[in-house]
Design a protein around this ligand. Structure first.
Ligand SMILES: [Zn+2]
Length: 116
């Protein structure tokens, strides 16, 4: 999560997007940034569709520079077609302030335990 927050801050005021990869113990251990996804438009998320098929990729993370960390209509559409877990982080990207949330494919909030 620290890495996600840092990447989001670095990309601000643009949106940051990456795929999430899990290890064998179902812990999210890796962010996969795809060249070209760090851009200031909605296409960032969509370019995740171009990833090769990889079953360790469990979902996505992206930032909302607006500070609102609820999924937009476009986000919900994307969630339903990609992965299982989706994290949205809202500006100011502060872990202690808790300006982030995780959602399932249906856009319902889910609990994620933060290890680091
Ligand atoms: Zn979004």
């Amino acid at each position: 999560m620290q890495m996600i927050m840092a990447a989001s801050r670095d990309t601000y005021p643009n949106e940051f997007a990456a795929a999430l990869r899990v290890n064998r113990r179902h812990i999210i251990t890796e962010l996969i940034m795809i060249p070209g996804t760090i851009s200031g438009n909605r296409k960032a998320l969509m370019s995740l569709y171009n990833l090769p098929i990889d079953f360790s990729i469990i979902g996505s993370v992206h930032s909302h520079p607006s500070g609102n960390y609820h999924p937009s209509e476009a986000d919900l559409k994307f969630f339903s077609g990609f992965g299982m877990i989706h994290i949205i982080v809202g500006y100011p990207y502060d872990l202690e302030k808790g300006t982030w949330a995780a959602y399932n494919r249906s856009g319902e909030r889910i609990e994620l335990r933060v290890l680091e």
